[in-house]
Ligand binder design. Structure first.
Ligand SMILES: Cc1cc2nc3c(=O)[nH]c(=O)nc-3n(C[C@H](O)[C@H](O)[C@H](O)COP(=O)(O)O)c2cc1C
Length: 307
């Protein structure tokens, strides 16, 4: 049915409605009142509120699908970015569909969960669902997140069937906020390709420098797990890492790349030691046995390709 015909039908229905007729009579009476009338002021203010409420509700409902799509698009953009595959002006949806494969991982076993659809799984929502999450014992909660989802959504980049990148979601508390990001690793599960934080509320210019491309570039090539006993620990950060435990940390100042252990160190954020400690701890938590270590062990064992 054409839209104007539909509109005319609604108008005709309204005209035949007894309550609407009563309202029209009352409204005409209100409009005829003087501008200093209390009743007219209240009636106009009420009508205005009602109209605004309808407009706001309508916009919220009508724009919801667009908001959801934009959020998804932003997430895809961040994943492409951390994988080093983001090209200015490219079609994000297309690039993501062609280059990135999402998988669900059981964090306890490190196995892929094939009967869950990655497109429908939201790890952040799952962390709030008691059936899909687990409380983290206080002594192990170095990332200060209290609960974690039992299943994580990871992303793989493959070229001609060979694994090129493993992209892991990480999060943890900084100074003011929980920082959510992605850590991209080589198929050895050891060498960092990149890190990015897509959701955080640290102070711009201080802890907020976690999004600075120059600082992010310092992560490339750094090693996550201690390979030798000299892996450094920094004052204020978590205790010395054991072999096989995550050793990567942000240090105060600038890393001296000629020193042993520098492969596990990234420059701390200037004037933001607390955010830096938060980043160290969140990376160490998610790369530990509590996080992705069981999965990384399996990725290494099968040289990356098992799905
Ligand atoms: C307004 C304000 C905002 C701050 N924001 C941060 C922040 O986002 N992250 C952070 O680690 N420190 C922040 N700090 C600084 C901390 O309070 C603390 O001084 C700092 O982490 C110490 O770092 P430094 O040892 O590198 O100087 C902020 C301080 C002020 C006054």
């Amino acid at each position: 049915m054409p839209k104007c015909e539909q509109f005319n039908k609604i108008c005709a229905k309204l005209d035949s409605c007894e309550h609407y007729q009563k309202f029209r009579v009352y409204w005409d009476k209100v409009l005829a009142m003087g501008n200093d009338s209390l009743e007219k002021t209240i009636a106009i203010a009420t009508a205005l509120c009602l109209v605004c409420a309808v407009l706001v509700s309508f916009s919220a409902v009508a724009l919801k699908p667009l908001q959801v799509h934009n959020k998804e698009l932003d997430m895809k953009k961040n994943i492409l970015d951390v994988a080093g595959l983001l090209q200015e002006g490219s079609d994000i949806d297309k690039a993501f569909a062609e280059k990135i494969e999402a998988k669900i991982v059981n964090l306890e076993t490190g196995d892929y969960v094939e009967d869950m659809n990655p497109a429908e799984y939201d790890q952040r929502k799952a962390a709030k669902d008691p059936a899909l999450s687990a409380a983290i014992p206080k002594e192990k909660d170095i990332a200060h997140i209290r609960v974690k989802a039992k299943y994580a959504k990871v992303f793989l980049v493959k070229e001609a069937g060979a694994l090129k990148s493993v992209i892991l979601p990480v999060h943890g508390y900084g100074l003011w906020s929980t920082l959510y990001g992605f850590l991209s690793l080589d198929p050895d599960g050891q060498t960092v390709q990149s890190i990015n934080f897509y959701d955080q509320a640290e102070t711009p210019g201080l802890g907020g420098e976690v999004v600075n491309p120059n600082w992010r570039a310092l992560w490339k090539g750094k090693k996550v797990y201690a390979e030798t006993e000299q892996a450094g620990s920094e004052k204020g950060l978590i205790e010395a890492a054991e072999i096989g435990e995550p050793a990567l940390s942000l240090i105060k100042g600038v890393v001296d790349n000629s020193k042993p252990g520098s492969q596990y160190q990234v420059d701390g954020l200037a004037g933001a030691s607390l955010t830096s400690t938060g980043v160290t701890n969140l990376v160490r938590y998610w790369m530990s046995k509590e996080g992705f270590a069981p999965y990384i062990a399996k990725v290494r064992a099968v040289k990356g390709v098992k799905s």
